[in-house]
Design a protein around this ligand. Structure first.
Ligand code: ADP
Ligand code: MG
Length: 477
């Protein structure tokens, strides 16, 4: 019986699923649609050129094996690529700038530390000891939820520990839970998510989010006004205390001291502490030893820079939340170009939307490229393909026209392959673009060139010396 393309592709997917990570599967295989089966040729539809090249570069062996398993040794795969450029003129994107969820709660404008019952006068913002039931504003941003926090390899441990804590605050071994990592990687977001989830699951618990700076200022004010005890009592009645960026306690001995006492009280009474920091406890400077040792009592979980798949997933999540549609290739370009952290990725995305709406332009790959070029100007500037070609040609004493021509002369072929190799490694150009600049070749030729150069580097010492020398020339432009 003839099998349909759907059935065949389904079978392929179940093999693939066993061989790649969940995230890769979601990013690179779920969007694929099988379109037809003609003899032993299966055609699949992929969302973009970039997508196709990524498959070819990273999953070709797996795909080949899988297809052969399903369709026999004659089995072949063909791609059909959705061309998104074409509809930018036909169907312009309507863009709205998201405002609702961009509220910056890291610096809430309330000048009072905590909103207390109206019964309390403004001059004394702290709770009177003994008075238990107090309505504490948690200072949480509803947008920083677990739902909006994309899971990836970069954050799996921290996220799941956070989730566990939110199920049973104070009742897990993760107390304190210390989330650490560089800027813009989601520490604040995740700590809010824990707080929100606790409020949702345990409405009776008093949850409070506070930045370490704010905590410090409140303490200084309390000292000034001579009501330190109220300050301490207030914090001691919180059920879940979330303190963001504890590294700012460094060098502030008095604040550390008072925090130490609050910490002990909360910990002893089974209350939950969630802390964030920009580095692990062992690397924190200017922090009292006894405090550091307490930070290590529970779990320290790090957030790392997200990989490409997670960056794409994060962008897609934002688009979904904002109700915006962007061409797949634009999403990929953004995610591919901005590698530093999530905040910068969001920044680039927001500027792109702003540009498009201000200039009433459709969001195309072209616009994204122009914008990203401006955006990443300050970071290391990437070399251009032209520049690579020039350096390689100078080195081998070849006219650059030859390299850009279609000639198959041996010495030109090798120089061209080397130029392709460097273009692949040192620029963000797609394989197709590199090929186009180097004698109108296709992306497969570029891939082949990169493999050849890699092989030669491993086997031929002289060749390796060429490459090393060229690399030096290219890096000191
Ligand atoms: P940090 O506190 O580590 O500097 P933030 O929590 O402020 O970083 O995160 C910066 C931005 O990136 C926020 O807008 C946040 O929502 C977003 N972000 C970070 N990680 C993720 C993620 N895994 N999923 C979705 N958004 C994220
Ligand atoms: Mg933060």
């Amino acid at each position: 019986m003839e099998k349909s393309h759907d059935k065949i592709w389904d079978n392929c997917l179940s093999i693939i699923q066993d061989n790649v990570s969940t995230q890769s599967f979601k990013t690179w295989f779920e969007p694929i649609r099988p379109v037809k089966l003609a003899g032993s040729v299966l055609t699949i539809q992929v969302p973009s050129q970039f997508f196709y090249e990524w498959l070819e570069e990273h999953y070709i062996t797996l795909l080949k094996k899988t297809i052969k398993k399903e369709l026999g040794s004659e089995g072949k795969l063909e791609y059909s690529i959705i061309m998104e450029n074409t509809f930018s003129s036909a169907k312009p994107y309507t863009v709205k700038i998201p405002t609702s969820n961009r509220k910056d709660v890291r610096n809430p404008s309330v000048s009072m530390p905590i909103d207390l019952n109206s019964k309390n006068t403004i001059r004394n913002p702290f709770i009177i000891p003994g008075l238990k039931k107090v309505n504490v504003e948690s200072q949480l941003n509803p947008n920083y939820s677990f739902e909006n926090f994309v899971e990836g390899d970069c954050n799996r441990l921290a996220r799941s520990a956070g989730f566990a804590v939110s199920q049973k605050p104070g009742g897990t071994a993760f107390n304190p839970l210390l989330i650490y990592g560089g800027v813009g990687l989601g520490k604040t977001h995740l700590s809010h998510a824990i707080g929100l989830q606790i409020k949702h699951l345990h409405p009776g618990k008093t949850v409070l989010y506070v930045s370490s700076e704010k905590f410090t200022h409140q303490f200084i004010d309390a000292v000034k006004n001579n009501n330190q005890n109220d300050f301490i009592h207030f914090y001691q009645m919180i059920d879940v205390l979330i303190i963001d960026d504890v590294q700012f306690f460094a060098g502030k001995d008095k604040t550390q001291d008072v925090f130490f006492h609050i910490f002990n009280h909360l910990h002893q009474t089974g209350k939950q502490l969630v802390l964030t920091a920009d580095k692990p406890p062992v690397e924190m400077q200017g922090m009292e030893q006894r405090l550091l040792s307490r930070f290590k009592w529970g779990l320290s979980a790090d957030l790392q820079v997200p990989g490409l798949e997670t960056r794409i997933a994060i962008l897609e999540k934002k688009l979904y939340i904002d109700g915006i549609d962007l061409p797949r290739e634009v999403i990929e370009y953004l995610a591919y170009s901005i590698t530093t952290n999530v905040r910068e990725l969001e920044g680039a995305y927001i500027s792109l939307l702003a540009q498009a709406s201000l200039n009433k332009k459709a969001i195309t790959l072209e616009l994204a490229k122009q914008m990203i070029d401006k955006f990443v100007k300050n970071t290391a500037r990437e070399v251009s393909i032209d520049y690579i070609q020039k350096v390689v040609c100078d080195y081998f004493d070849l006219p650059i026209e030859l390299l850009k021509s279609k000639t198959r002369k041996r010495e030109v072929v090798q120089a061209r392959q080397i130029a392709m190799f460097f273009a692949k490694n040192m620029t963000k150009s797609s394989l197709a673009t590199i090929g186009m600049h180097c004698g109108g070749k296709d992306h497969a030729t570029v891939l082949h060139a990169c493999r050849t150069v890699n092989n030669l580097m491993d086997t031929d010492k002289r060749f390796r010396a060429y490459i090393d020398e060229l690399e030096k020339k290219l890096s000191i432009q």
